[in-house]
Design a protein around this ligand. Sequence first.
Ligand SMILES: Cc1cc2nc3c(=O)[nH]c(=O)nc-3n(C[C@H](O)[C@H](O)[C@H](O)COP(=O)(O)O)c2cc1C
Length: 217
Amino acid sequence: MKKSEDNRVVIGVSGSIAAYKACEVLRGLSQEGVETRVVLTPNASRFVTPLTMGTLSGNPVYQDPYDPNVWEMAHLSLASWARLIVIVPATADLIARLAWGGAGGLLEGLVLAARSPVAVCPAMDAAMWEHPATRENVAKLSKFGYRIWGPVKGPLASGRTGMGRLLEPDEIVSRALAALRPKNPAARRPSSARAIPGDIAEPGAARGQAAPLASGR
Ligand SMILES: Cc1cc2nc3c(=O)[nH]c(=O)nc-3n(C[C@H](O)[C@H](O)[C@H](O)COP(=O)(O)O)c2cc1C
């Protein structure tokens, strides 16, 4: 993929045990020529280091909305820079914050300010995923037009098997690449053969998939 401003992806990472898989997503996108910037929640940096993420992305990593070394307001400048925002992994807590429109952290502020599509890749224990609070929060994000990619059923960090496992990194990469190429209708949605259990319908897709990337969610 040619580097251009249509190729800009912000990867948001939150504090899940699956955070290390964001490194694989980042590497996969970089290998495809996608320009990436990374935003870590404070808890995400307990799981992955800014050094690793910055090295894989080749760009600075953003963590602090009040960083005095970032002269511009990072949440706004990143929001207008991004053509796609992919949150991988998204914790239950972050999903809840996004559902009520929180802007207390850099990642939430960025999502609230964004006009580009937002894809949320949840990862959590099955009980958390199945809790009515999470169900309601995810439905709300879906209503906002955010794309919900996964989770899938599989082995979880707890040792149990269930729903809540992060969608495989290579699948996230191919969905992100497809989202960056909205003019190719075949690339907009995974084929039914690749439909992922737990992938949620996107009733607000008019703000995302179907719209030009610069103007939809
Ligand atoms: C070892 C460990 C692993 C965790 N993994 C997850 C997870 O996979 N999903 C999740 O929703 N929360 C997980 N949590 C809880 C979150 O870290 C916690 O809710 C935190 O407040 C999320 O912060 P953030 O969303 O701001 O990054 C984990 C906590 C610990 C200590």
